[in-house]
Design a protein around this ligand. Sequence first.
Ligand code: SF4
Ligand code: SF4
Ligand code: FES
Length: 236
Amino acid sequence: MDSVTFTILRYDPASGQAPHYQDYQVKITKPGMMILDGLNQIRWEQDGSLAYRRSCREGVCGSDGVNVNGVNMLTCVTHVEEVVKNGRLVIQPLPGLPLVKDLVVDLDDFLQKYFTVKPYLITRTPAPDKERLQSPAERKKLDGLYECILCACCSSSCPSYWADPRYLGPSALLNVWRFIEDSRDEGADERLDILDDHHASWRCHTILNCVEACPKGLNPTKAIAGIKKALVNRRF
Ligand code: SF4
Ligand code: SF4
Ligand code: FES
């Protein structure tokens, strides 16, 4: 495979032009080349007007989520050869989020929902002399939760998120469960008050798109099931 066609959805709402797909021929310059390497090649060598986000190149910052051949993913940790079909990658912005330009989406509403669930430790008891300790077993409960990089691949793949603009979405719900599960946190009740709402955990219909989309291998559906169970236990 010497080259691959990158078919990219181009749209600049400020231009007055209709959205359209544009083809670029990308040279495969090394084994294991990432999709981000291809986007950089286009921008640096062919078309400087292409807009996309990236920063860390290591799957840490969460800024480069896009939809490739119908699946949400991070361009910096996905090999071209893993997803190419018939010599082509069709690359679009993350679905269900407002567009800024080309592959750049507006994450304000997504992040606002994250802040709604109070993603920080809430404590009421006086602070100990040193840090608040956890046993190894208590710490282990946070595995599979703390690794979220807020890339939005899950929420933007969720039909409930597309349909209900007020739905908090799988990312915010996974992150709130991370704090409810934290043995040092004392804010579970006020978080559960926020979550006992048709636009919060009850909006999830267990379709599992979010699990398939997460590039970090996390399971928001399991976290949402934990929230629902905690809400039921609290009521009865
Ligand atoms: S399992 Fe729930 S949160 Fe995940 S995609 Fe389906 S409806 Fe959305
Ligand atoms: S749960 Fe996964 S897909 Fe969703 S924002 Fe976090 S890292 Fe991204
Ligand atoms: S560039 Fe940071 S996660 Fe991909």
